[in-house]
Design a protein around this ligand. Structure first.
Ligand code: ATP
Length: 247
């Protein structure tokens, strides 16, 4: 990988691109993943490539919700695996959540490559390969999940998720935490807790909040979750994107 100087004005964005490129080379990320990354980058540029206050609040709420969950599952696709493999493992450890590989374009090779990649980054139990349950309302390949994973979960984290599946999971009654830089996407619009932030910043920040909230009582955690207003979070993000001042 070409060395990117820290003081390069687009250093973070260029590093992100390299990770996605490497993901494609390793057979982890699909070619459509490159396009999804491009869409995300455009929104991040307009956000000023920063975690806006409403996103930080959503990230703290997500941490509280994960700590309250009976069974939380973090869903990992090809872009997530390329961008934040170790960070997803740390979030799972901090919150007691499971990790499940879930692909829009599912192939056995890519499922296996992602599971191996996650294990290389410290994951012990990676779900998604059993695929013995289905999400109702989705076409066969896209519906596959683990009975003891996403199918059973009460809380799911679905970063960079396709809109159809986000909607189908919501229909199942899951509490859905979505990470998506586009506040107008169907995934963000469907989410119980929409996090409009780059996944590279969002996941470590949720983990940090989870560590801070480790000793909090269920009442305190519930108060955080109840105090969150998803409509306001989406509006704030859209306002920042439409009217934000670029440095
Ligand atoms: P919709 O939810 O409207 O149906 P879609 O399924 O067409 O959207 P994709 O093209 O699959 O969406 O793109 C995935 C989403 O992930 C996009 O909304 C994009 O903004 C977002 N995204 C891409 N990269 C990142 C990233 N690094 N961090 C956060 N969000 C990202």
């Amino acid at each position: 990988m070409t060395e990117i100087p820290d003081d390069h004005p687009r250093a973070q964005s260029l590093r992100t691109r390299h990770r996605i490129e490497e993901g494609v080379e390793k057979g982890i990320t699909s070619q459509q993943g490159l396009i999804a990354q491009g869409r995300g980058e455009a929104y991040d540029y307009l956000l000023g490539e920063q975690t806006i206050p409403s996103a930080d609040e959503a990230e703290r709420t997500a941490a509280a919700q994960l700590l309250l969950a009976d069974h939380a599952v973090l869903s990992v696709n090809g872009n997530v695996a390329a961008l934040v493999p170790g960070e997803m493992v740390e979030l799972a450890e901090a919150t007691g959540a499971d990790i499940e590989v879930n692909l829009f374009n599912r192939t056995d090779e890519r499922m296996q490559a992602i599971a191996d990649h996650l294990r290389e980054h410290g994951a012990e139990d990676v779900k998604g390969l059993t695929a013995d349950a289905r999400i109702p309302g989705l076409e066969h390949e896209r519906a596959k999940v683990d009975a003891e994973g996403i199918h059973d979960a009460d809380v799911v984290v679905v970063p960079l998720e396709d809109g159809d599946r986000a909607e189908a999971l919501a229909e199942m009654g899951k509490t859905e935490i979505v990470v998506d830089l586009n506040p107008m996407s169907r995934s963000a619009q469907t989410a119980t807790i929409p996090i409009v932030d780059n996944i590279m910043r969002a996941i470590p920040n949720v983990t940090e909040h989870a560590r801070e909230l480790q000793g909090a009582s269920d009442d305190e955690l519930t108060e955080i979750v109840d105090g969150f207003d998803r409509e306001t979070a989406l509006e704030e993000a859209e306002r920042a994107i439409r009217q934000g001042e670029l440095d």
